[in-house]
Write a protein that binds this ligand. Structure first.
Ligand code: ADP
Length: 420
């Protein structure tokens, strides 16, 4: 298969498959570093009835109700829509497909070209991300079957390979790590890598010369300590359940709670772990919703009850505690503090609560919240505080662009190697 990848332009598709959705973006690759987004969308509610298919083409949004019984049917729909709308005339126009893969375990530490052996090995580490990896496998196999492109896996865990042993080891029997790979892996790495590069451009300094604390706050949330441009510590662990509180995940808790709740309720480990993954966090505390936008609207309109306020405050408290911890981890030399992700970019209630909680630190003493959303149309960032050693900013993340860049880079490098 000769794709002549150095002959531009061509198209690359980025696929982000979750447990019940597949988000996608199609780029025109104009040169090694210049990409133009031409189509994006989301197949949601896979496995439920109804399912939804949304896509945006030429600034026009199309919504439809449908039925995706599995990831295979959702993939078929994405490719069919691509052809029916003549976004491509032929699937052979797709030269590269970049897949976001949540967990690489110890097997995959960097972006990897997908072949049959890759899929076999990915299946072997299913237990590390039992919700995500089976979805990745079906989606990857479907794309391998239908399109002749080079498929590349980009991992959320790769960026965290630089975390030192002192920060990734749990104080449990060492054999758990040696025999079973029990360690902190960290997630949201694609977003962190994008944001660390972006902050260099924003502050016009080399990212490698700076330390920072980055908060990726979405439905899944984590905080990262960045030392000299590299991941040094992070809040998520063996799985994305650890660290700060999240939409439906608890974050860190006393591990004995699992046995205690087993004894009290008779629920087994799997059921209790499901409670921690799907019925905790904002949903668990508010007893109402996992969606911060909804909770924030209630809060701002004065309609929130005690639990809603408690959920917002508890989340802000948990995130600010990690900011304080990482300030200390980085020896008090922190050049930037970034808020990103759906909550970090949009929820001024949460961001302001966090900033108020960290007033004990010598950062963000005089911050200014954005008055409206204008900044999002102009720049992809907003400076909250710039007059201290630590610059505090909201920066819009772009994981799909980072996946695309990474996949193109690897594919080109690989082709050069083959052509030598
Ligand atoms: P994930 O990628 O982990 O699914 P996102 O980064 O998309 O999550 O973030 C989703 C979260 O961001 C939700 O809690 C959502 O309510 C919140 N969010 C999105 N837009 C807004 C907004 N305008 N105001 C407040 N919260 C928002």
């Amino acid at each position: 298969m000769n794709h002549e990848l150095s002959k531009f332009p061509y198209k690359a598709l980025v696929v982000n498959s979750g447990s019940s959705s597949i988000k996608f973006q199609l780029f025109d690759i104009l040169s090694e570093t210049k990409f133009k987004l031409i189509w994006k969308g989301n197949a949601q509610g896979i496995g439920s009835t109804p399912s939804y298919f949304t896509h945006i083409l030429n600034d026009k949004k199309y919504d439809s109700k449908t039925s995706f019984v599995n990831h295979q049917t959702a993939t078929d729909c994405i490719l069919k829509t691509l052809l029916e709308n003549k976004i491509v005339d032929n699937l052979s126009e797709l030269k590269i497909i970049g897949h976001r893969v949540v967990h690489g375990g110890v097997l995959f530490t960097k972006p990897t070209i997908i072949d049959d052996a890759f899929v076999k090995n990915l299946k072997k580490i299913k237990d590390l991300a039992p919700i995500h990896i089976p979805a990745h496998v079906v989606t990857i196999e479907a794309f391998l079957q239908k399109a002749q492109a080079i498929n590349i896996a980009v991992f959320d865990t790769s960026f965290h390979q630089t975390i030192p042993e002192l920060n990734f080891l749990y104080p449990v029997p060492l054999s758990w790590y040696q025999d079973y790979g029990v360690r902190k892996y960290g997630f949201h790495g694609i977003s962190y890598e994008y944001l660390v590069e972006k902050i260099g451009l924003i502050l016009q300094r080399n990212s490698k010369d700076m330390n920072g604390i980055v908060c990726h706050l979405g439905n899944g949330s984590s905080v990262n300590a960045v030392k000299s441009g590299l991941s040094f510590d992070t809040t998520m662990g063996l799985t994305p359940l650890a660290g700060v509180m999240m939409g439906t995940r608890s974050g860190d808790i006393d591990p004995s709670i699992i046995q205690y709740m087993n004894q009290k309720t008779g629920k087994n480990i799997e059921e209790i772990t499901n409670d921690l993954n799907f019925r905790s966090g904002f949903l668990g505390i508010s007893q109402f919703s996992n969606d911060v936008r909804t909770l924030e609207e209630m809060y701002l309109s004065g309609k929130s009850n005690k639990q809603t306020k408690l959920a917002l405050n508890l989340y802000a408290k948990r995130v600010s505690e990690f900011i304080g911890r990482y300030y200390n981890t980085l020896g008090g030399k922190v050049d930037y503090l970034i808020f990103s992700g759906g909550i970090g970019e949009n929820s001024s209630v949460i961001v302001e609560k966090i900033l108020k909680n960290i007033q004990g630190l010598p950062i963000a003493k005089n911050y200014q919240m954005p008055q409206n959303n204008d900044w999002k149309n102009k720049e992809n960032y907003f400076v909250l505080s710039s007059n201290s050693e630590t610059k505090v900013l909201i920066v819009k993340t772009n994981e799909e662009l980072k996946i695309c860049e990474t996949a193109i880079k690897l594919a080109l490098k690989n082709q050069k190697k083959i052509n030598k």
